[in-house]
Design a protein around this ligand. Sequence first.
Ligand SMILES: Nc1ncnc2c1ncn2[C@@H]1O[C@H](COP(=O)(O)OP(=O)(O)OP(=O)(O)O)[C@@H](O)[C@H]1O
Ligand SMILES: [Mg+2]
Length: 237
Amino acid sequence: MISFQDVSFAYPGENNILEGFSLDIKEGEQLAIIGANGAGKSTILKSVLGLLDIRGDIYIDGLKLEKKNLKQIRKSVGYVLQDSDNQMFMPKVIDDLMFGLINYGMSQNEAKKKSEEVLQMLGIAHLAEKHNYKLSTGEKRMAAIATVLAMEPRIMLLDEPSAALDPSNRRKIINTLNSLNITKVIATHDLDLVLDTCERVILINQGRLVADGAVKDILTNRQLLENNNLELPFSMV
Ligand SMILES: Nc1ncnc2c1ncn2[C@@H]1O[C@H](COP(=O)(O)OP(=O)(O)OP(=O)(O)O)[C@@H](O)[C@H]1O
Ligand SMILES: [Mg+2]
C-alpha cells in the first residue's frame, strides 16, 4: 500500500535526516513508528504527502509519488499533523470538517450532516460551533482527528494522535482507530497506544530503521528500547 524505496532526505542546508530508508506497508496494516525526539518520525509521515523534496521513490497504492499523482494520492491519504494548530484553519470546528467534504463534491447539507455525525461519534458535538482558536490543546487535537475521519481516507497517517488527550478521549481514539478497517501508520511516543492499536512497529534512530517487527517482540525488548532512548511501555513494567 505504501512503499519507500531507498529514500533519503535533508532539510535545506542540513545533513541527511533520512538515509537509504526502505519500507513496505501492506494494505490494512496497522504500523507504528517509534523513536526518540528528532529521530525522523514526522519527517517520514510528511514525505508520504509529497511535502518534502526527497531522493528515492515512494509508491502509494500503486501510484508513484510525483506531481501529476499528488491530487489523487491526497484523496486516499488522511494525515493528522503533530501540531493541530497547523491542521485547523477555518474559523469554527464544523467549518473545518465541512471544508474538505465540500471540496470533494458533497453538498452543503450532506457535508454538515456527515460532520455532525463524526463529531457525535467522537463525543465532541459540543465543539461544533466553537472557534478553533478558543479550543484547548486536547480539544483541538480531537477536532483535528475528526476532520481527517470525516474524509474517510483509505490510508491514515497519525502523528502523535494521543498527545494532550485525557484518558477518556485517548480511549475513544484508540477504539475509533481499531474500528476502522484501513491502513494506518501511527508515529507516537505512547507505546501503550501502540500495544492497543498496532501489530507491527518500526523503530527509527537518526533517520535509520533500527528494528522492524511484531509489536509483542519489539515492545518487550528492554535493551533494544533503552539503546534507542526509549523505555518499556507502562503496562510492560
Ligand atoms: N523544517 C525543518 N528544518 C530543519 N530541520 C528540521 C525541520 N523539521 C525537522 N527538522 C529536524 O529533523 C529531525 C527529525 O525531525 P522529526 O520532526 O522528523 O522528528 P520526530 O521523530 O518526529 O521527533 P518528535 O518525537 O520530537 O516529534 C530533527 O533533528 C529536527 O530538528
Ligand atoms: Mg514528530
